[in-house]
Ligand binder design. Structure first.
Ligand code: ADP
Ligand code: MG
Length: 249
């Protein structure tokens, strides 16, 4: 077992309610995320997966509960949200690249503006990262000139250009044509291998199984079961998880 000082994100009794509590998007979620873990979050549509992920970098404000990031309570009003987000890269289903900027500009704008890195250094790093995903020659392209898979690979390395501590993925392959899913999963796999701490919402059960160090199954805003991929897929305990797996496997 990992020592407690390996915990990067600690979530305690997290709730997110809408309509005065009528909708419980999150209903008491407690879990720790440790350095180097690849946590895969699965569950039916509407179970709270996105709300959970978006709460981690305060894209959603929790109704109650606490989130500690590197020992700091980020739900306290004194938290510097921008600084926090710099340390948590996020990749969404839709690519969210700036359409009017070249790939190079997309990748260097945040490091230069927010991290104070020089243009030369930012561009050097951008090319290095683009090289890692085989897209070095697309630096001067615009997002509209790229395929969905290429855009999503760039969204990933753009987040990495900020040197985040943690990467959050919300269904990064769900909007892609099937033939492009593999190339994006491959980048995520390499990232996991390199030791990045990752929290990934995905329906790609093969990825969960192969790359995940832990799987969290959510339903109705709660963590119903969490375990190693091996246990989750071969020995699911909760009936709701069993039913879910029958549908998706
Ligand atoms: P998932 O990502 O697992 O599909 P979500 O986290 O997006 O689930 O949503 C969880 C629940 O919260 C759903 O019932 C959804 O309809 C509800 N919900 C999410 N955002 C809002 C909102 N802004 N207002 C009201 N209900 C919301
Ligand atoms: Mg979602």
């Amino acid at each position: 077992m990992s020592a407690d000082n390996d915990v990067i994100i600690s979530v305690k009794d997290l709730c997110k309610h809408y309509n005065g509590g009528e909708i419980k998007a999150l209903d008491g979620v407690t879990t720790d995320i440790r350095k180097g873990e690849v946590v895969v979050v699965i569950g039916p549509s509407g179970s709270g997966k996105s709300t959970f992920l978006r709460s981690l970098n305060l894209l959603e404000r929790p109704t109650s509960g606490t989130i500690t990031f590197e020992g700091q309570d980020i739900t306290s009003p004194s938290t510097d949200i921008n600084k926090l987000r710099q340390n948590m890269g996020m990749v969404f289903q839709h690519f969210n690249l700036f359409p009017h900027l070249t790939i190079m500009k997309n990748m260097t704008i945040a490091p230069m503006k927010l991290r104070g890195i020089s243009k030369a250094d930012a561009e050097k790093k951008a090319l290095e990262l683009l090289g890692k995903v085989g897209l070095q020659d697309r630096a001067m392209s615009y997002p509209s000139q790229l395929s969905g898979g290429q855009k999503q690979r760039i969204a990933i390395v753009r987040a990495l250009a900020m040197d985040p501590e943690v990467m959050l993925f919300d269904e990064p392959t769900s909007a892609l044509d099937p033939e492009m899913v593999g190339e994006v999963l491959e980048v995520m796999k390499q990232l996991a291998k390199a030791g990045m701490t990752m929290v990934c919402v995905t329906h790609e059960m093969g990825f969960a199984r192969e790359v995940g160090t832990r799987v969290i199954f959510m339903d109705c805003g709660k963590i119903i079961e969490e375990n190693t991929p091996e246990e989750i897929f071969t020995n699911p305990q909760n009936e709701r998880l069993q039913t879910f797996l029958k549908k998706v496997l």
